[in-house]
Structures are given as structure tokens and as C-alpha cells.
Design a protein around this ligand. Structure first.
Ligand code: FES
Length: 173
């Protein structure tokens, strides 16, 4: 039998009181990511500053998502993890570390953690490309994968809208 598991206290704490939730009006990088499994989306904003050594760091970060409890909790925790970190350090975070910071996630919710990580990568990619800075090869590859998945989700939404429109028309709603 597959053990589905439940949310940890830490995940629920972040969900009930998400850190850095909201919109950022003046940002340096914006990351939009979609979850290929469920179709949920997320926006993540970063503001870049410098530390005392003159290195570029993520000075401020905010996120908005339509995702579930797991998506909100992982997004909240990732903003805590990367705030104040250099871009290089932020790029090193992977999904497992984010999930571990919450003490784990139910098995069926692991895919939700993709949103936070992908949106962060996209925000950094956006900042680097807008400022004509070198983009690491690995980040370029991940950007291509995320772009492809976003297209797939858009396609699905269009199809759902088409079907929904047809049903509503039939039912005269
Ligand atoms: Fe979509 Fe969790 S079910 S992000």
C-alpha cells in the first residue's frame, strides 16, 4: 500500500502565514512558472541589491500563486532561503532542499514544489537576460524546459476554455 502521508507542522505554519507573499511593483526580475501536473501558476518577483562585498544579492523577494497548500508553503520557505543570498547561491537551491526545509511533503504533493523553484529560476533568468549578463548553461537549459511546459499549460487552458464554452452554450449558461 502506498503511504500518502500528511502535511508537517512547518508546512502548515508557512501556509497559514506565508512569508513574502504579494506583488512587487518595482522588481528587477519576474519569474512565471506553471505546474505541468496540475496547471497551477505562480509569479515570483526579485529585487537585486549588493552586499558589503559588492556582490549582487537577492535583496527582496515576493510571490503570488494560485497553487495549493504545498505550493504556498514551498514558495514561502524558498523566499526565506534565498533572501540575502547571492545569485550564484540562490541558483544552487534545489527542490529537495526546499521540501526538506518543510520537513517533507506528502508524496502526492511533491510536484507542487516545482512551482517555487521554477519561478525563482525564471526570475533570475529574467534579471540576467534583461541586464545582458551571462546566463549559466544549466539555467538556460532549465529556462527552455520551463518555457516548453508553460506553452503546454496554455494549450491546455485554451482547450478547457473551448470545451467549457461549448458546454455553457449547450446549457445556455
Ligand atoms: Fe497545483 Fe499543488 S496541486 S500546485
Amino acid at each position: 500500500m502506498i503511504k500518502i502521508g500528511s502535511y508537517t507542522k512547518e508546512a502548515i505554519k508557512h501556509f497559514k502565514n506565508p512569508h513574502n507573499y504579494g506583488q512587487m511593483k518595482k522588481y528587477d526580475g519576474l519569474g512565471k512558472a506553471g505546474n505541468i501536473v496540475c496547471g497551477d501558476v505562480m509569479y515570483l518577483y526579485i529585487k537585486i541589491g549588493k552586499d558589503e562585498k559588492g556582490r549582487e544579492i537577492i535583496k527582496n523577494i515576493k510571490f503570488e500563486t494560485y497553487g495549493c497548500l504545498a505550493a504556498i508553503a514551498t514558495s514561502s520557505v524558498i523566499t526565506d532561503l534565498v533572501k540575502g543570498k547571492t545569485i550564484k547561491e540562490a541558483l544552487r537551491f534545489n527542490r529537495q532542499e526546499v521540501v526538506d526545509s518543510l520537513g517533507g511533503l506528502p508524496l502526492v504533493k511533491i510536484h507542487c514544489s516545482v512551482l517555487a523553484v521554477d519561478a525563482l529560476l525564471e526570475a533570475i533568468h529574467d534579471y540576467l537576460s534583461k541586464n545582458k549578463k551571462p546566463i549559466p548553461k544549466k539555467l538556460q537549459e532549465k529556462h527552455q524546459r520551463i518555457k516548453k511546459e508553460k506553452k503546454e499549460i496554455e494549450k491546455r487552458y485554451k482547450e478547457w476554455e473551448r470545451i467549457d464554452g461549448k458546454i455553457r452554450k449547450k446549457q445556455d449558461l
